[in-house]
Design a protein around this ligand. Structure first.
Ligand code: NDP
Length: 313
């Protein structure tokens, strides 16, 4: 079987991914864009990671696009994406587990003031402050998909009061509360000490966390953005931090990545910057997910985790 592998990896990443995918699907010939177009009539599957816009054109028999990434906003932004071809995104328990770890680390650090102590250490200041119990801290998790649910469960298991927010009512939750729909967001923000954003980037979530919504948070609340940078209006976040209306922001994702060296987030005392590493796709487990999906497609089975192009996730 010929499969197009279309990605924007560096040479080292490409070697690792090729090895993992070849081990998981030994029967496959992996083709780059030029090689795939040369045998276009034989290519029915494309495995992609942020492919260049336009690069999935010219494959008339394409039947499946498998994304190596969980977020598909960049893929869907390509106006030339072949219409009607099912897109399956990466859903891997190892990825959700990594995300839950990052979310828990951020919540614990914010709750216990560890980012503040790191700042005080740089100033050689010994300034202990009081401490609340975990069950006195309300954590709002925005987005209750694969990532949000794993994070909410992990945080709730440590004793925090967790409320999740989803689009529809369909989320079955254990250990945390769930609200859904646009009208539920303002009251949720109004009671949140820590907001963890794990929404997909769609027209409905772009710019969601703006001045108006940030102003609903209680004084000294904190934001953890692990979803996508464009969901936060950066100037509004900076203004809220500078005015002391927000205590701290932990940011893993940004409007522009890599974050430009002169961006104020880098040096802001109330911002912790991560270079989009909250949950990295592990080629070893992800290749097994790709293999299972390709084999399900070949057997004519229903595909799991299909992207709904109209909703954008
Ligand atoms: P899913 O598609 O599984 O879940 C999306 C969740 O968001 C669902 O609960 C959905 O609600 C909810 N949602 C979507 N739109 C809205 C809306 N307008 N209002 C309220 N709720 C909404 O996605 P994942 O959990 O797998 O991933 C989420 C995002 O995390 C990815 O799109 C990606 O951007 C980001 N990510 C970041 C990584 C990092 O390293 N920083 C790594 C991996 C992912 P419903 O259940 O009702 O449909």
């Amino acid at each position: 079987m010929n499969i197009l592998l279309n990605e924007n990896f560096d040479a080292q990443e490409r070697l690792v991914w090729r090895a993992a995918l070849s081990a998981a699907l030994p029967e496959v010939r992996w083709l780059d864009g030029a090689a795939a177009r040369a045998v276009a009539q034989t290519v029915r599957v494309a495995v992609v990671a942020n492919p260049a816009p336009g690069s999935l054109q010219g494959l008339p028999r394409l039947e499946l696009i498998q994304s190596l990434w969980a977020g598909v906003d960049r893929l869907l932004a390509d106006p030339t994406l072949p219409a009607g071809v099912p897109i399956v995104r990466m859903v891997d328990p190892a990825l959700s587990a990594a995300m839950a770890e990052t979310a828990l680390w951020a919540v614990l650090s914010l709750h216990r003031g560890f980012f503040r102590y790191a700042r005080l250490q740089r100033e050689a200041r010994w300034a202990p402050h009081g401490q609340r119990r975990a069950d006195e801290v309300c954590v709002a998790v925005l987005g209750l998909g694969q990532m949000g649910r794993a994070a909410a469960q992990r945080i709730a298991a440590q004793g925090y009061r967790v409320q999740g927010w989803s689009m529809g009512p369909g989320v079955a939750a254990t250990g945390f509360g769930v609200v859904h729909g646009e009208a539920a967001l303002p009251p949720l923000l109004a009671q949140a000490d820590i907001v963890v954003n794990l929404l997909p980037l769609t027209p409905a979530t772009a710019g969601l966390l703006d001045a108006a919504r940030l102003s609903l948070l209680p004084p000294h609340a904190s934001l953890v953005n692990l979803g996508r940078g464009a969901q936060v209006v950066e100037a509004d976040l900076l203004a809220a931090l500078d005015a002391g209306r927000l205590r701290h922001a932990v940011l893993d994702v940004f409007r522009e990545e890599p974050l430009p060296a002169n961006h104020p987030f880098w040096r802001h005392p109330r911002v912790t910057v991560l270079p989009h590493v909250a949950a990295l796709t592990d080629p070893r487990s992800a290749a097994a997910v790709v293999a299972a999906n390709v084999r399900a497609w070949a057997a004519g089975e229903t595909l799991n985790h299909r992207v709904d192009r109209a909703r954008g996730y």
